[in-house]
Design a protein around this ligand. Structure first.
Ligand SMILES: [Ca+2]
Length: 113
């Protein structure tokens, strides 16, 4: 009985711990496309992949914010863009925000123009 409680407690903590881990495992088989809408999942709200500024569009403003972050000029501003800004910035859902996300974002912006 105690082990069962411990396991359910650990699972509950893992679910609260972060959206990234659950989304990465849920989407590991298929990377999302930038502009895709990810439905709400547990504590994670629905969001548009790559929409870092959370204005409903993926455009050059998102690219600018991502570039500044990856180049370490500016952190992602949660006060300005909301608490799940890292989730929206990690456009390949690998749990990291890095050059790979930036390259994907550049390709996306280039192709929508
Ligand atoms: Ca990523």
């Amino acid at each position: 009985m105690k082990i069962k409680n411990l396991v359910s407690g650990i699972l509950a903590m893992a679910m609260v711990a972060g959206c990234n881990a659950s989304l990465v495992s849920a989407n590991a088989a298929k990377a999302p496309k930038i502009g895709d809408c990810i439905p709400a999942n547990g504590n994670c709200p629905s969001y548009i992949v790559g929409d870092i500024t959370n204005d409903g569009k993926v455009n050059v403003t998102d690219l600018s914010v991502l570039t500044a972050y990856v180049k370490q000029y500016r952190p992602l501003d949660k006060a300005k863009y909301g608490p799940f800004v890292e989730l929206r910035a990690d456009n390949n859902l690998d749990g990291k925000i890095n050059l790979t996300d930036l390259v994907r974002m550049i390709a996306y912006i280039k192709n929508i123009k």
